[in-house]
Every structure is written in C-alpha cells, then in structure tokens.
Ligand binder design. Structure first.
Ligand code: NDP
Length: 273
C-alpha cells in the first residue's frame, strides 16, 4: 500500500481524504490517503521523516498554514509553484522532494468546464490577495487576461501582486465594477455564511460571471445575491475537485475518475455540514 498524506493545522475537516480515497478505491489503486495534523513547529521533523524514508509516504498535499513554509524544505519546485509562491502538492521520488501547485490550474479548468469562460482579452477583478488569489492571478495572467485588478482589505498585500491594486472599499470598486467580465471572491468572506457589506453588485454588467472560491457553504451569500440578479455563477467546489485531480495525476501518472471524486466531495460536504 502506498501512502499519500495531507498535512495542515487544522486538518480534521478536510474533504480531500474522502475525495482521493474514493477514487483510489474505485480505480483499484493500492493507495491510501491520510490526513495528518502537522503544527508549524512540527513541519521540519515531518519532512525529515519522509526524507529518511521511514514513513512510507510517497506524496502529500499541503494546506494552511504550510503552503509557503514547506518550500524551504523541498529539493525542487516547479516554475509554476515558484511564481505563485506556494506549494500544495509534493512528490517524494528517488530520495527527492518535488513541489508543485495545482490550485491555479484547478481553478481555470473548473471555470472553463462550468461556465465556458475564456480569460483571453477579458477584464477580471480578484477580491483577496492571499495564497489562493496568487494562484489564480498567475493562472489567469498566463491564460491571456487583458486586465486583472486585485482588491484587498490590506492594500499593501495587493500592491505586492500587481500595479492594478485597489482598496476593498465600495467607492473604489464602483469605478471598475461596470467594466469587468469576471468577479472572483478569493477572500475568506462567505465562510460559514458571512457576507460582504459593500459590494456594488448593481453596477455589474449583464455579461459578468461571479465566482467564489469558498465551497463551505456550496452557495455563499455572494453567489446567492449574484444568482438573484441573474448573473452566471461559479461555485468553489470545482476548484477543489480539479486541483485534487491534478495532484492525483502527479502522484499516480493516471487520469482520475472525476465523477467518483465529485460525488465523494458532495457526500462528504453533506456529512460535514
Ligand atoms: P489566506 O489566509 O492566504 O488569505 C485570506 C484573504 O482573505 C486575504 O486576502 C484577507 O485579507 C482576506 N480576508 C480575510 N478576512 C477578511 C475580512 N473580514 N474582510 C476582508 N478581507 C478578509 O487564505 P487563502 O488565500 O488560502 O484562501 C482564501 C479563501 O479561498 C478561503 O476562504 C479558502 O476557503 C478558499 N480556497 C478555496 C479553494 C478551493 O479549492 N475552492 C482553494 C484554496 C482556498 P487581508 O490580507 O487583509 O488579511
């Protein structure tokens, strides 16, 4: 049996074990995917154990709070993960730890499958400037977007990512809302049903797609408001699915059964809610 892990702190509520184990089982692959709580202080010793080959782990996912810190511990980092500044997938092969980032690709694939949106020549606004925002900014830029604004509560973090940075204030957002083709929430607002206070949604054009990275709940208050106004919406579960599918492909070299993964995610969400 080959072991794959997901490390983070906290980790108990991760949906990835259900998703990956379901597809390993369905495809008769001898893999087991385990959630392991690794606190920030424990990260170096966890990595050391893997490198000493004592754990039996041949790959792992990385989630909050280790996506950036883990980079220092790896032997090789893909150009994509390096540009994003975060790693979410690691392979251990021939004594070397290799890091990748599948979040940006996962987002793009999900967006295209669900909405048929092509970023080329489009104007996009990302709310948030954390790790997830950086991954999708990189993916959308590479896919040929014409303009990508980043708006964040802490403006300094957005300014680090782009010159097109904007304070997360209604007055500022009002200036660009009418011109954008895609609005993406990459902040934590929406988790557990929390909502934005001052988004000028009435100024968005009819063609806009409203996308939310949050998947718990599946329909965030932002997506509900957008749907009510008749906009096309893109929920966050697809990104979780496709980043996982891409990690699966890196570990196994095979294409996963996406329907099995999607169903496992939905079932796990229902159980956890
Ligand atoms: P980070 O902690 O790196 O970034 C959090 C972001 O949210 C920052 O921009 C932060 O702004 C902003 N924020 C937090 N609280 C508030 C608030 N009260 N008001 C305004 N802004 C706020 O997290 P990630 O980038 O990793 O994740 C962001 C979201 O994306 C999470 O909710 C996560 O669930 C979701 N996600 C979904 C994935 C998927 O597969 N669907 C994958 C990864 C993430 P500031 O800089 O000012 O603190």
């Amino acid at each position: 049996m080959t072991l794959i892990a997901i490390i983070g702190d906290p980790i108990a509520h991760s949906l990835s074990p259900a998703m990956q184990n379901a597809v390993f089982r369905k495809m008769n692959l001898p893999y087991l995917y385990l959630p392991i709580r690794v606190t920030p202080g424990e990260l170096p010793s966890f990595i050391k154990r893997i490198k000493n080959d004592r754990s039996g782990i041949t790959g792992f996912n990385v989630t909050i709070p280790h996506k950036e810190k883990v980079m220092k511990c790896l032997d090789w980092i893909s150009p994509e993960a390096r540009a994003i500044g975060a790693v979410n997938t690691v392979i251990f092969k021939k004594g070397r730890l290799m890091g990748y980032n599948t979040d940006g690709r996962g987002y793009l694939r999900s967006l295209q499958e669900k909405t048929h949106f092509t970023p080329r020549r489009k104007r996009i606004l990302i709310l948030g400037a954390g790790g997830a925002a950086r991954a999708i900014l990189y993916a959308l830029k590479n896919a040929g977007a014409k303009k990508i604004y980043v708006s964040n509560r802490t403006l300094r973090r957005a300014t680090k990512l782009t010159r097109d940075s904007i304070p997360l204030k209604a007055k500022e957002l009002e200036k660009i809302f009418p011109s954008i083709d895609l609005l993406i929430n990459a902040t934590s607002i929406g988790l557990k049903g929390t909502r934005f206070k001052n988004l000028p949604l009435s100024l968005l054009s009819k063609r806009v797609i409203v996308s939310d990275l949050i998947y718990r709940p599946l329909m965030t208050p932002l997506l509900r408001d957008a749907k009510r106004r008749g906009f096309k919406i893109h929920p966050g579960l697809g990104m979780l699915l496709y980043q996982g599918a891409e990690s699966f492909r890196l570990w196994t070299g095979k294409k996963p059964d996406l329907a099995v993964m999607r169903k496992a995610l939905l079932d796990a969400l229902e159980r956890n809610q």
